[in-house]
Design a protein around this ligand. Structure first.
Ligand SMILES: [Zn+2]
Length: 340
């Protein structure tokens, strides 16, 4: 009798222990951050200025002002990154361990976005900076950088995903989508998504149209939600870490989508300085998909998001109000309730 009891007790304790462990694991998985929830949608609209220039392929970049002078020009690891030996990135962080980021849905959050990469010397630093400060960001990559043979870039992109960052598409090779046929537009998006998905195992949920250029044809053809931005750091133009830092720190507010490019060392330097400061101010760093999810924004293919701060519609607007600022130069088709 006693023996039975004893055994029963042991069994009970065992069950309790296991339940506890399962709960713990669940809690961990939950807290860890939720990625790529949104797999699809599409957007429409706008014109803005996104620097863009991808180092090694000026040919594809829309010839925008940034190009010619870009010095990052090799597909290989690159040697001009003297100031970057990022061996210690992420390591020197005491409270780091496993980056278990729990996002407070009611707290202020900002979505940093980086276009035109991956470009290992810079992408790796940015990924490390977010890991170190606890949080994630979104990279809008060019599909051609995920072609077989681009091993360094692919490794950097995969590392970003492993660290919890989001990879979305910026088309295959950066054309102005408003100049293309519907079929060519679809090819640009689909080709890039396939390459990224094949290498990361994660579905691509979002598109950032090159240059922010969108018209109704683009909107009707892309098959993804289109993400613009509300804070433009002009990092591609100024190539100046101080300027990037100052612009970002003075304009970021709750719900901002910040535009940068993971092509320039100066951008990485600015990010490494920005994150600790913003963190001190209470900001949380989330991917664009996460921001939309936390703010109950339903993403639909062909629509545009992010050109205004993304706030919770259920909450009364705070002082900052929304934005007439950054969106002033956008032609927003949203206004006329898309034709579908
Ligand atoms: Zn671009």
């Amino acid at each position: 009798m006693n023996g039975m009891r004893q055994r029963r007790k042991i069994v009970m304790v065992g069950v309790l222990l296991m339940t506890g462990m399962v709960l713990l694991i669940d809690a961990f998985a939950l807290g860890k951050k939720i990625h790529s929830k949104f797999q699809d949608a599409n957007g429409q609209t706008v014109k803005a200025d996104d620097g863009t220039i991808s180092s090694e392929d000026d040919r594809t970049a829309e010839g925008s002002s940034a190009s010619g002078t870009d010095k990052n020009t090799s597909k290989e690891p690159d040697t001009d990154k003297s100031d970057t030996d990022k061996p210690d990135a992420g390591k020197s962080d005491p409270d780091d361990g496993i980056s278990m980021t729990v996002v407070d849905p009611d707290g202020p959050m900002v979505a940093f976005t980086f276009d035109d990469g991956p470009y290992s010397p810079v992408t790796d630093r940015i990924v490390a900076a977010f890991e170190k400060n606890g949080g994630s960001c979104t990279f809008f990559n060019l599909g051609e950088r995920w072609e077989s043979g681009m091993t360094d870039y692919i490794r950097s992109g995969q590392n970003a995903v492993a660290k919890g960052d989001e990879i979305a598409t910026h088309t295959y090779n950066h054309p102005d989508l408003t100049t293309l046929s519907p079929e060519a537009i679809r090819n640009q998006v689909n080709k890039s998504c396939k390459l990224i998905e094949k290498n990361t195992g994660k579905p691509v949920a979002l598109l950032r149209p090159p240059g922010g250029a969108v018209n109704e044809t683009v909107s009707a053809s892309v098959g993804k939600p289109m993400i613009l931005w509300s804070v433009d750091t002009q990092d591609w133009k100024n190539r100046d870490a101080d300027m990037v830092y100052d612009t970002a720190i003075s304009q970021i507010q709750d719900g901002s989508v910040v535009l940068m490019h993971d092509l320039y060392e100066t951008t990485a330097t600015a990010v490494e300085r920005l994150l600790p400061e913003l963190k001190k101010q209470g900001y949380q760093f989330v991917t664009v998909s996460e921001l939309c999810e936390y703010r109950n924004v339903e993403l639909e293919d062909g629509n545009i998001y992010g050109n205004n701060t993304i706030k919770n519609p259920d909450k009364p607007a705070t002082d900052e109000g929304n934005s007439d600022d950054a969106s002033a130069d956008y032609i927003n088709y949203d206004d006329e309730e898309s034709p579908e």
